[in-house]
Design a binder for this molecule. Sequence first.
Ligand SMILES: [Fe+2]
Length: 399
Amino acid sequence: MNEQSQVAAKVFKLPVAKLNIGMFITKIETTSSKIVISNAGQIRNLGDIHKLRQHKIKFVWVDAERSASNCGLPKPKPANHTTTDASVNASLLTREQKHENAKELIGEAKGLIKKVLAETFEGKAIEVAPFEVLADNMIESMVKDSDAMQCIAALRTKDAYLLEHSINVAFLLVTFGRFLKLNRDILKQLAVGGLLHDIGKIYINDAILHKPGKLTDEEFAEMKSHQTHAIDIVAQTPGLSQITQDVCLMHHEKLDGMGYPKGLTAEQIPMHGRMSCIVDIYDALTATRCYKEAMSPAAAFKILLKLTPFHLDKELVYDFIRCIGVYPVGSLVELSDGRVGIVWEAKNRNVLHPVVKCFYSLTYKRYVQVENVDLLKSDLNIERGISPSSLDVDPTPFY
Ligand SMILES: [Fe+2]
């Protein structure tokens, strides 16, 4: 391997906008020429990135081998897979980085909810501030790149349902709220509500929470009591906004008054409460549980529509369907050539023409070479949305 190919294998050109803490910079590029900087080294904090921007540096060269392992860079490729097209590496890396960041944020969210579940069970009061910080970070990442975040949020691990459901409800409320053009402060209150909405379930027997079958009337009554517990928890938590409380306490209410815990009627359920009912049901339907397989988004939309107008708000359900789209990012689709892929990019595209990351063939029943198919540039089209359970392979490694 010659020296040049070694360099190509481990050094990438990267826009400054894509820099992360922990990356090791060897060179910077000004608009006029490429120069070797005297203080080559690792990005230690956001201030370092800010300084580069202040000096109007647009691109830098990053050494993957000398960068921190958690900075989001892939491992350098072996020499026989090197490429001289640094921009290709940079664009691949960008999406990978975003996925790493999204995974990190979701991991952080799970950690926080887990801790608070345990503390609430021990009788400790919930501190709202860390949830507000987390909600802010979630919104920020959605604003920056909703595709990456949505994709990772759609990834289900089958365990820790309560954690994932809480995080997904928060993400879906932010997505829905953005679609309805609600302001950022309201988005934050919705997200905190989503993260905490099922906290009352800590008092429900695990055998009932995870029962792989239909609940008896008695068991269902106990399950419903998670909302009675929630009333007490919310009352004992200082600093919860009204909107956050609405999400926590109204996501099982129905417009016809047949819901719980209070049996509120339509005029008593504000928009935020109505949104939480829709989002909570949608997430439950599209998740795999011990007693049922996950539904495709389209199948879940049909059920939501059936629940209007007595249970759910019809106009809001239509808005929600328009917001999520029939092939949301992170969901699985079959293309017209029999390949299956993950809806990968939808930003600035119409709903029928996303980029799809294909990895499997339903025709040949085997994995195929991973390929990102841009449906705006391809003759192929989406045949149908599919649920993960209809595949006989696990799509998780491709997220
Ligand atoms: Fe609930």
